[in-house]
Ligand binder design. Structure first.
Ligand SMILES: *[C@@H]1O[C@H](CO)[C@@H](O)[C@H](O)[C@H]1NC(C)=O
Ligand SMILES: *[C@@H]1O[C@H](CO)[C@@H](O)[C@H](O)[C@H]1NC(C)=O
Ligand SMILES: *[C@@H]1O[C@H](CO)[C@@H](O)[C@H](O)[C@H]1NC(C)=O
Length: 262
């Protein structure tokens, strides 16, 4: 451009100001958010594969729970259906919660099951309403029962979950080791094994159980959360939006620069 040659100082200052911290920042954001989106795509693929694997495990035939459970092998058997027999130990039953099910407040009833010639394991029998929580221990059968459940790995505690107070009977999260200890620990043959009882009845049966204070177990489904698809969409949308912003800013500056010499 010839006209710019007549005003060299103005041109150079303009040129220097072209790369401002704002431009750098606005230029980096689309790249950064795009990278985050791509990373979430990877996470999404991993999660989908994990869920497939768990689904596959869940649909296998129930296995008999060994007399003594190899604790280090539990992660390999998470979401496997297991079948076992024993007698409830109501004395060491605990109410885990508060929990909400379908808008109703209540607890989960966790009861040790004493297996003849085998270890005692912890069974999460499922949801009971708040009103009937204290009386629900009375509904435990006294003879030998057979339980179908799902093996779960240790639970992770949410940042906002309060501490458990076993001595006061307050259990906010399933601290499997502490629950096993509460039920008598290793010396009483209790293993820190947590099994969620499966309930496959229909809706009518659920309300009938709830009204009588009988726990309602979990459905045999994989409940692993997968929010990665929405994160992918969010990051890519942000990337696209900030790219447009960056391009508009570039065009504006260009127009401003071209206007100056005239
Ligand atoms: C327990 O399981 C782990 C992991 O699967 C395995 O390496 C180990 O040999 C098992 N131990 C026994 C005593 O079976
Ligand atoms: C939730 O409650 C409503 C109304 O009581 C009922 O129709 C519905 O089946 C319940 N859903 C589950 C999953 O229990
Ligand atoms: C437990 O062991 C005793 C003695 O070995 C045996 O008589 C009984 O049948 C066993 N019970 C079960 C449920 O395996």
């Amino acid at each position: 451009m010839e006209s710019t040659a007549s005003t060299p100082p103005a041109y150079t200052t303009k040129r220097e100001r072209w790369i401002t911290p704002t431009m750098v920042l606005v230029g980096i954001i689309p790249i950064f958010t795009f990278a985050l989106g791509t990373w979430q795509v990877k996470r999404l693929k991993w999660k989908v594969a994990l869920i497939d694997e768990l689904e596959e495990k869940l649909h296998r035939e129930p296995m008999t729970l060994p007399k003594r459970v190899n604790l280090s092998a539990i992660p390999d058997f998470a979401y496997r259906k297991v079948m076992f027999k024993g007698r409830w130990d109501p004395e060491h039953a605990v109410l885990l919660g508060p929990r909400v099910r379908n808008g109703t407040n209540g607890y989960h009833l966790v009861v040790p099951l004493v297996r003849e010639n085998g270890s005692t394991v912890l069974v999460d029998r499922g949801f009971v309403t708040k009103e009937l929580a204290d009386s629900c221990k009375k509904h435990l059968e006294s003879g030998e029962v057979q339980v179908l459940g799902m093996l779960r790995t240790s639970h992770v505690r949410n940042t906002f979950t309060p501490d458990n107070h076993p001595e006061k009977g307050e259990w906010y999260w399933a601290d499997v080791d502490a629950m096993a200890e509460h039920a008598g620990g290793e010396k009483a043959g209790v293993q820190p094994v947590y099994i969620e009882e499966i309930f496959e009845g229909h809706a009518g049966e659920i309300s009938s159980r709830l009204s009588r204070g009988i726990p309602v177990g979990r459905a045999p489904i994989v409940d692993v959360r997968n929010s990665h698809a929405s994160y992918v969409a969010t990051w890519y949308a942000l990337s696209a939006f900030t790219s447009v912003m960056f391009i508009r800013l570039l065009m504006k500056q260009r127009q401003a620069r071209m206007r100056v010499p005239r």
